[in-house]
Design a protein around this ligand. Structure first.
Ligand code: IVH
Length: 690
C-alpha cells in the first residue's frame, strides 16, 4: 500500500483512472485514521493527511458514481477503541472545514453574508487547539459522561479518566446568579502544555519507555487509557468552546455561552477569545495569533472562526461532516515527510561533531528545507533513523529544522545505518565518542573548524593566561588568517598585528609582551590549555603531579595512566589518543621550538613530601642574615609554616636579640627555642635534601 499516493485529481479524466486513485486514497486514509485516532501515532503530517483527503473529496465530487457510504469522507475521525466502551453523542460531533489562506477566509465570509443577507458578520475568533476533542455531559450539575469524538456519532467512554483532570469540575458551581441547568452538554479540547509534555518524555526516557511524538499524542494517550491512575499522573488541561445543550436556558450568541461557562466552573480561554466584526478583523486576529504561536504554553495549529449569532448558525446549517457557520484557518504546516538522502557530519567550534540530514528538498511553513539536525549519535540510534529513510521533519518558528522520526512503514530494506566517523571530516584527526554516545569530539589541534574556540581556551586565564587575547581579538586574528594552529599564537609578529583593524603600536606591543611572558609556563596550566578532551583544570594538575615532564606524559601508556587514582579508562584513552595524533605532536613541537618552557613544581610536591611539611615556626626579635619575610619564605619553600603567635601547636620559636613576650609564651607551652645560628644550621641540613 502507498502511504502517500501521489494523486493529482486535476489530471485525472477517465473513470477508470479515478477509480484506481480513489481506491488508493481510501486505503491510505483508512490507515492514517487508524494511526491518528486509534493508536495516537500518526506517520504523516496533518497537512499531508489534509491533502489526501482533499484529493479524495475532489474525485468523489467529480465522479459521483464512485461515492460510497464506506468512504473515509463520510466519516469523521476514526473508530473508537473498543476496550473503553462507547458513548453515543446526543448530537454529532462535527469536524471543521479548513481554508488555506486569507482569500479562503474572505470566500467563507462572502458566502455567509450572502446566505444571511447581512453586511457585516460578527465572528468569535479563537485558537485551534492541538489536543483531543471531548464532550462532557452534566446531569443536575454532576459530571456523568465524558467521551472522545470517535467517529462523530459514537465516541469512547473516558469518564473515569476525565474525572482525574483537575480543571474539569466534577460538580458545577452556580456563581453570579447562574442557575445550574438540569442537563448540560459541553465540548472542548483536552491538551498537555509543552513544558509538561517535555517533562513527561524525560521521565519516560529515564524509565525506558518510548517517548510521545508531540503534546497532542501525549494528551490523547493519557486520556484514552484503560487505567485512570495513569491519567491522574499526567498534567492535563482543558478549554471548553461549545455548549450544544443547555436545558432551560436560551442564549443569543456564542459569546454569551462562553461568558457563562466559567460561572459554572468550566474553563474557557478568555485571554485568547475575540469578537471580530467582519472578515478583516478576523484576518488580523489570525495574523496576531500566528505571531504569538511560539510563545504560548500549549500547541495550536490555527484559528477557528464561528458565526457569533446562534440564530444565524441555525440558519446556515451543517453539511455531513462540518458546520457551515464555522471554519478553521490553519497555520502553514510545520511538519512534512521527506527522504534522507545522506547524513553529513559537521564540526562545530568546540570540535563537537553534529550529524546533519541532507534531505530531499521540501517546503515547510513557506520555506524550502534541505537540511535538518539529527542532534547526536545517541538520538539517531534511539529514533532508529537511517540513510534513505522517509522521515517526519519539523520546522517550528526560528528553530533549526529537525527530524522527528522515521516512517518505519516506508522502509524497503535499502536503508543504511549511520556510523559516526572515527576520523574528523575536516582535519582527519581521531574522534572520541563519549560513553553515552551523545558527544563525539574531534581531537585535532590543527582542526580549522575548532581553531578559534581552542585558541580562546588556550589563552584563557586557567590556561596560558595571555591577557588582551579575548574572543574579539581571536576572531580578528582568525579572520585575517593568522591563526591556523594553537602554535600560531607564538608566530604572530609586529607587522601582522599592526595591519589589523584598530590595532595601534601600543596594544600590539602589549599583546606581544603578554604572549612572550606566557611562554614561561607550568606544566599543569599548559596541559589544561591544550584542551585534551575530558582533561579539565583539576586533572591537568593531577597529571602534572604524576609526570615530571611533558615527554614523560606523552609516552605514557593507558595502563600507566590508569594506575593514577583519579584517572579511569575513558580519560586514559583520551590522553593517549591525543598525544598519539601526529598533528597534535607537531603543534606541541612547534610551541616548544618557539620557546615555550615548562616548569613542574607540582611533580615533587606529590612524590617526596617536603622536609618541613607540618612544622610550624614563630620568629621573634631581630635576625641578621635574613629579613622576617625571607626567613618565612625559606621555611615555606621547605614545606613549613611561619605564624605570628606562639601556641601549643608551635614547633620552634626562632629568637633574635630583643625578643620579648614570645619567649615566655614558648616556655609556657614547652616549645623549643633556637637562635639564628641554630636556625641556619637546621635549615642547611634540610636544604641538602632538596
Ligand atoms: S469547534 C462544529 N473550536 O478541531 C465545531 N474545534 O476540526 C467543531 N478544535 O474536533 C468544533 N480547537 O478537536 C472548535 N476552538 C476550537 C477548536 C476546535 C480545536 C478541534 C476539535 C475539533 C476539530 C475540528
Amino acid at each position: 500500500m502507498e502511504i502517500k499516493p501521489d494523486v493529482q485529481p486535476a489530471s485525472i479524466t477517465s473513470e477508470d483512472e479515478a477509480k484506481r486513485a480513489v481506491h488508493k486514497l481510501r486505503e491510505a486514509i483508512r490507515l492514517h485514521n487508524y494511526r491518528y485516532y486509534v493508536v495516537d501515532d500518526p506517520i504523516i503530517s496533518d497537512a499531508e493527511y489534509d491533502q489526501l483527503m482533499a484529493a479524495l473529496l475532489d474525485l468523489e465530487a467529480r465522479f459521483p458514481e464512485l461515492a460510497s457510504p464506506d468512504s473515509p469522507t463520510q466519516q469523521v475521525g476514526g473508530k473508537p477503541r473498543e476496550e473503553l466502551g462507547t458513548v453515543e453523542h446526543p448530537t454529532p460531533m462535527l469536524s471543521l472545514k479548513s481554508v488555506q489562506d486569507e482569500n479562503g477566509l474572505r470566500d467563507f465570509n462572502r458566502s455567509c453574508r450572502q446566505k444571511l443577507n447581512e453586511k457585516v458578520i460578527e465572528y468569535i475568533a479563537e485558537p485551534k487547539y492541538d489536543g483531543l476533542a471531548v464532550e462532557l455531559i452534566y446531569q443536575r450539575g454532576r459530571l456523568v459522561v465524558a467521551s472522545t469524538r470517535g467517529d462523530g456519532q459514537r465516541g469512547e467512554d473516558i469518564t473515569a479518566n476525565v474525572k482525574t483532570v483537575r480543571e474539569v469540575p466534577l460538580v458545577l458551581l452556580g456563581q453570579e446568579g447562574e442557575v445550574i441547568p438540569e442537563r448540560l452538554v459541553v465540548r472542548g479540547e483536552i491538551f498537555m502544555r509543552i513544558a509538561e509534555f517535555r517533562e513527561l518524555n524525560e521521565r519516560r526516557a529515564r524509565a525506558g519507555e518510548p517517548p510521545f511524538a508531540n503534546p497532542r499524542n501525549a494528551a490523547a494517550g493519557s486520556v484514552r487509557q484503560l487505567d485512570p491512575n495513569i491519567t491522574a499522573q499526567r498534567s492535563l488541561h482543558i478549554f471548553l468552546y461549545e455548549a450544544t445543550h443547555v436545558e432551560g436556558r436560551e442564549f443569543e450568541t456564542q459569546w454569551q455561552v462562553l461568558e457563562t461557562l466559567p460561572k459554572w466552573g468550566l474553563k474557557v480561554n478568555k485571554e485568547r477569545l475575540r469578537i471580530c466584526s467582519g472578515v478583516e478583523e478576523a484576518i488580523q486576529f489570525h495574523r496576531e495569533l500566528a505571531q504569538d504561536r511560539d510563545h504560548l504554553e500549549y500547541e495550536i495549529d490555527g484559528s477557528v472562526f464561528k458565526v457569533n449569532r446562534l440564530a444565524y448558525q441555525k440558519q446556515l446549517g451543517v453539511r455531513s461532516r462540518d458546520p457551515k457557520w464555522a471554519v478553521a484557518f490553519k497555520f502553514k504546516p510545520r511538519q512534512m515527510t521527506t527522504r534522507i538522502n545522506a547524513i553529513e557530519v559537521q564540526v562545530g567550534r568546540t570540535g563537537v561533531l553534529t550529524p546533519v540530514a541532507l534531505l530531499e528538498p521540501v517546503q515547510i511553513g513557506g520555506v524550502e528545507v534541505k537540511r535538518a539536525s539529527l542532534h547526536n549519535l545517541s538520538e539517531i540510534e534511539r529514533k532508529d533513523i537511517r540513510i534513505g529513510d522517509t522521515v517526519l521533519v519539523e520546522r517550528a518558528g526560528d528553530v533549526i529544522p529537525y527530524v522527528v522520526k522515521p516512517v518505519m512503514e516506508q522502509r524497503n530494506g535499502s536503508e543504511r545505518q549511520f556510523t559516526m566517523p572515527d576520523k574528523c571530516p575536516v582535519c582527519g584527526s581521531e574522534v572520541v565518542l563519549s560513553d553515552d554516545r551523545k558527544t563525539a569530539v574531534c581531537t585535532g589541534l590543527a582542526c580549522d573548524a575548532q581553531i578559534r574556540r581552542r585558541i580562546e581556551h588556550f589563552v584563557s586565564k586557567g590556561g596560558m593566561n595571555v591577557q588582551g587575547l579575548g574572543e574579539k581579538m581571536v576572531d580578528k586574528l582568525a579572520g585575517a588568517g593568522l591563526l591556523k594552529r594553537l602554535s600560531s599564537i607564538f608566530e604572530l609578529n609586529r607587522d601582522d598585528l599592526l595591519s589589523l583593524d584598530r590595532m595601534g603600536a601600543k596594544s600590539t606591543d602589549n599583546l606581544l609582551r603578554e604572549i612572550e611572558q606566557s611562554k614561561q609556563q607550568t606544566m599543569a596550566r599548559f596541559l589544561f590549555a591544550l584542551g585534551i578532551p575530558l582533561v579539565g583544570e583539576h586533572l591537568a594538575r593531577v597529571l602534572a603531579e604524576n609526570f615530571a615532564t611533558l615527554p614523560d606524559l606523552m609516552q605514557a601508556s593507558r595502563e600507566e595512566l590508569q594506575k593514577i587514582n583519579e584517572i579511569g579508562p575513558e580519560v586514559a584513552n583520551s590522553i593517549v589518543r591525543f598525544f598519539a595524533d601526529q598533528k597534535n605532536r607537531s603543534v606541541i613541537a612547534e610551541m616548544l621550538a618557539a620557546g615555550v618552557q615548562l616548569s613542574n613544581p607540582l611533580y615533587q610536591a606529590e612524590y617526596e613530601p617536603l622536609p618541613l611539611q607540618g612544622v610550624t615556626f614563630v620568629f621573634t626579635g631581630t635576625l641578621e642574615r635574613w629579613t622576617r619575610s625571607e626567613a618565612k619564605a625559606l621555611v615555606e619553600s621547605l614545606g613549613g609554616r611561619a605564624v605570628s603567635g606562639v601556641s601549643r601547636r608551635t614547633d620552634y620559636v626562632v629568637a633574635g636579640p630583643g625578643a620579648g613576650s614570645k619567649l615566655q609564651e614558648a616556655a609556657k607551652h614547652g616549645v623549643a627555642v633556637m637562635d639564628e645560628k641554630q636556625f641556619a644550621e637546621f635549615i642547611d641540613r634540610y636544604r641538602k635534601h632538596l
